[in-house]
Design a protein around this ligand. Sequence first.
Ligand SMILES: NC(=O)C1=CN([C@@H]2O[C@H](COP(=O)(O)OP(=O)(O)OC[C@H]3O[C@@H](n4cnc5c(N)ncnc54)[C@H](OP(=O)(O)O)[C@@H]3O)[C@@H](O)[C@H]2O)[C@@H](O)CC1
Ligand SMILES: [K+]
Length: 520
Amino acid sequence: MIRAWSSTEVVAAERPMLDAGVPLMEQAAFALASHVTRALRRAGHRVPGSVVLLLVGGGNNGGDALHAGAHLARRGAQVHAALLTDRAHPEGLAAARRSGVRVHQVLEDGVPPTERVLGLARRAGVWVDGVTGVGAGGGLRHPVAEVVRSLAADRAGWPQEPMVVAVDVPSGIGVDDGTVPGPVLPADMTVTMGAAKPGLLLPPAAELAGRLEVVDLALPLPAGGAPAVCRLTSADVADLWPRPTSSDHKYTRGVLGVLAGSTTFPGAAVLSVAGAVRTGLGMVRYLGPPGATTLVHARHPEVVAVPGRVQAWVIGPGVDADDPGRAEQAQDAIEEALAAGVPVVLDAGALQLLPEDLPDSAVLTPHAGELATLLGSRGEAVTRDEVEAAPARHARLAAELTGAMVLLKGATTVVAGPTGPLYAQADAPPWLAAAGAGDVLAGVLGALLAPYGDRLQELLDSGEDVTAGVARLAAAAVVVHGEAAQHAAGLHGPDPGPGRPLSAGDVADALPTAVGQILA
Ligand SMILES: NC(=O)C1=CN([C@@H]2O[C@H](COP(=O)(O)OP(=O)(O)OC[C@H]3O[C@@H](n4cnc5c(N)ncnc54)[C@H](OP(=O)(O)O)[C@@H]3O)[C@@H](O)[C@H]2O)[C@@H](O)CC1
Ligand SMILES: [K+]
């Protein structure tokens, strides 16, 4: 699991080490130089002869860059440092100069002239972004903001783009909330110090961080404390997977009720059922109109289409909330699920039928537009664009307002409960942005929740943190769904290339392979 800690926590953890004289910056800079060296080698280059430009701000982030530049210069790189402010980290600057780094005081009348910086940048194959780190907030200020904006625009126009390495974070991102309040130089790699920061995992900033390398500085972060943001890996999913044993039967493996599909959208029923069945569980009970039931049975004859005992529900994919009969049936199912105290996934049409208060064993699965509508219905008028600009904040707000777990779908999916850490999962290839993919995800999540359904009340009574458990399962469903999409898009294997188009049905079909590989 990747754990991200807020800038306040990281700075607090650094303090006793710095007070004790631990040379954290030297360690950080050495690791940064080593990562740049490895990245150059991966790209088929050598350090001797490579031209590196350090973009240096006035704080310790610039200090990291200068010290790392000194290491790279000693290893034979031609290193230039552009000082973008009127002061630079003194020891870092001295070390850089001693090692042969060419230092450019680019300020003219207090402003770094963009053309001068661009001139240096165009000669360099590697740019090291040491403008700001955890000590800055609210987006880059004038005049550094203009320089960074020009660098980002200029770089994109080159036939052979330079490699951009961000020090700690890409300068200018919302370090703690993942927002992008102003210009940011998108990085190919971010070398982050001590621990990941929330903005390196949360969208949209995370999408500007590139490959993430965490430098272990042995910071005394609270061992049992909750990080701000987590990201599950396949290994974490393997650990929590309900592996069947010889004593299992269908109720111990989980029976899921699926209320999905309509005359207009029968395919959503097939896809959500496929998501559940192919993830693996004891049984699916399907409730839907006759036409959709016929389609479901044609594809999944094992599905039982009569009401009965279930341990979790998926309600809403392809359900038309404007169809009074179907809406009433969905609402009754939601009430029944909540009264029974079993976990329930509320997707698509069901999001318009929510009761006022929900437990955190209910998982809402909106995309950004649906979340904006949901928040609007709770007195928080926001647009889809505003949700996309700050997904973590809006997912958390929706969780607080409803009491439910919120799984906000996107290229990076965010899971937020009313309390506890956020999860940010970036497992999906871009090919997954396809109709019906969300229906499959609802089924996967239902299948993961069902085995825990009967135990939920027991867990609540024993004081277990159900919120944390449901959040983890929701994140795990996103991992499995993303992995299946990677398989369906042909992105597994040693040299996958660009991948290939997929349908939501392909993703469902790839689920057994994905689960098998995760458990292997
Ligand atoms: N301590 C250590 O030993 C270790 C520290 N480490 C490293 O230190 C970094 C934190 O360093 P930090 O605290 O010095 O802050 P930092 O991110 O460089 O920013 C301050 C500078 O930015 C400026 N500035 C502020 N806001 C701005 C804005 N909106 N737009 C533009 N500029 C803005 C501000 O200017 P001022 O406001 O003072 O005029 C000042 O010059 C951390 O990320 C990690 O890399 C690691 O090596 C581990 C060991
Ligand atoms: K930086």
